[in-house]
Design a protein around this ligand. Structure first.
Ligand SMILES: [Ca+2]
Length: 502
């Protein structure tokens, strides 16, 4: 639907068909701009949300369950990648991260040049153009560089810098979130190599990881309190909250330890749910709930670092029966919880099986504000607004491209999913090397409608489908975009087949 609208707009501008865009502009003008709160959990499986996995989920998530019951649940939503950095790039830019220099894995965490080019339109930059105040509170993990304060001595022998201990207080952050569309940033680089606690472009404190999650929650609540009055008098906010949990280090604070009865990961996930509850309570307290679009999702699936075999033995299946976990090309790597609530516009208790990708935020915001994107932005972004509002059940996306930690591609269209590797493409068993050793085919084709667990590879029986999906993926790569519009370049040469594949 939006592909058509977007085409319509482009056509409208080209041929002067004003009637083509009038209905959308009219619709946007009639509704107040909502605040947008986007909460991104780090390494949380589809099955970690109780409401999404009633049969095989054992972790209590009352606040996420409430969000689901008050809004819409998407059952076929995907992170752009099976790992952190590339998903975050796609979320904020509407472009698949495999079009950048990052062809696999993640950024190091500190002192990596920013992955988002300084002239690229981001979601917060777009929203700022439309009167929004913007903030990111949490884990950035999209690169920045740093300048140590005068007199500071590097202590890390590996890189000649101080990263393991955190950047010294007073260090300057260069190319960070406040240069990529955010008015305000409070948080850290990533969850593993702590950069120190950063406010805007300055390290303000060395960091004790165990305190990070509750502090992030308090900071998000404070932001809502500080901006409530302005929001009610016409200046909406966009608050992006990329949480550091339940990613490693899995460190629930003492008041949460033992709560789940499933070990540290269960406790930490419950604490994560409680932080979401605190944010929802702040919106209630300040009278902002009705006109705030809250989205909750995750940057990739549950990590094996959560001790997934141990959780499974206790009856908790973090991928809810989907195959694999974080890093893999299988569904457990990238099918994520996706809940959206906006009481003024979204029907409570709704469900949608729309195929969507986290890259879709930018185009969704564009349609929401009735303001078309330039052709140089959001090359892989499709508006899901009609699905959010329940005005269509027609598929909005032609297809979604998935990507694993090892840079393995997969493409999904309708029920069909083609993966260009013989194994997991990540950490799951069999790895691609192991799969090759045991003679498994170089390609995997699954029909997710009949085989959601990706148990039966049917590539040999369906050569026409394999060829069609391969051709579509190739076109998306070579066109530099997967949405209608002029061809664009990728930042590097993108190799569709990784080493060893045919
Ligand atoms: Ca992650």
């Amino acid at each position: 639907m939006f592909r058509l609208s977007r085409f319509c707009i482009q056509l409208g501008f080209t041929l002067g068909l004003a009637a083509c865009i009038a209905p959308r502009a009219h619709a946007a003008a009639n509704s107040a701009k909502p605040n947008i709160v986007y909460i991104l959990a780090d390494d949380m499986g589809y099955g970690d949300v109780q409401a999404l996995n009633p049969a095989r989920g054992k972790i209590k998530t009352p606040h996420l369950d409430r969000l689901a019951s008050q809004g819409i649940t998407f059952t076929d939503a995907h992170s752009g990648s099976s790992v952190c950095t590339p998903t975050r790039y796609g979320l904020l830019t509407g472009r698949y991260a495999w079009r950048t220099r990052l062809q696999k894995s993640v950024l190091d965490g500190s002192d990596d040049p920013p992955l988002i080019a300084d002239d690229r339109l981001t979601v917060p930059a777009f929203l700022k153009r439309h009167g929004y105040t913007t903030a990111a509170i949490g884990k950035w993990h999209l690169g920045f560089q740093s300048k140590l304060p005068p007199g500071a001595q590097p202590v890390d022998s590996k890189k000649g810098r101080t990263f393991e201990a955190g950047l010294p207080v007073g260090s300057e952050i260069i190319g960070g979130p406040t240069t990529r569309g955010f008015d305000y940033f409070w948080g850290c680089s990533n969850a593993r190599t702590m950069s120190g606690l950063i406010e805007n472009n300055r390290v303000i404190e060395s960091l004790a990881p165990i305190k990070m999650l509750p502090r992030l929650g308090r900071q998000a609540v404070k932001y809502i309190a500080d901006h409530a009055a302005a929001a009610k008098s016409g200046q909406p906010f966009f608050l992006y909250v990329p949480l550091t949990s339940p990613h490693t280090p899995i460190l629930p604070t003492p008041d949460w330890q033992g709560k789940s009865g499933l070990g540290a990961y269960g406790d930490f996930t419950m604490q994560t749910d409680a932080v979401v509850g605190d944010v929802l309570a702040a919106l209630d307290q300040h009278g902002l709930t009705a006109n705030t679009l809250v989205i909750f999702t995750a940057d990739n699936g549950c990590s094996p670092a959560a001790d997934t075999p141990g959780l499974e033995k206790q009856g908790h299946f973090a991928s809810a029966g989907f195959r694999g976990y974080k890093a893999d090309i299988w569904e457990g790597g990238h099918r994520v919880p996706f809940l959206a609530r906006w009481p003024d516009r979204i029907k409570a208790g709704a469900q949608s099986d729309q195929l969507t990708c986290l890259t879709d935020l930018l185009a969704t915001c564009a349609e929401l504000l009735g303001s078309p994107l330039p052709s140089t932005a959001g090359e892989d972004s499709v508006s899901i607004l009609p699905a959010l509002l329940g005005t269509t059940r027609v598929p909005l996306r032609e297809a979604v491209v998935h990507h694993s930690i090892n840079g393995i591609f997969s493409i999904r269209q309708g029920p069909w999913k083609l993966a260009l590797s013989p194994g997991s493409g990540g950490w799951g068993k069999p790895s691609d090397a192991e799969a090759r050793q045991s003679g498994l085919p170089e390609l995997q084709l699954y029909n997710l409608a009949t085989d959601p667990g990706e148990a039966k590879n049917v590539e040999a029986e369906n050569p026409a489908i394999v060829a069609r999906l391969n051709a579509l993926l190739t076109r998306y790569v070579t066109d530099g975009r997967s949405t209608p519009g002029p061809k664009r370049g990728n930042d590097v040469v993108v190799s569709i087949l990784k080493s060893g594949a045919r």
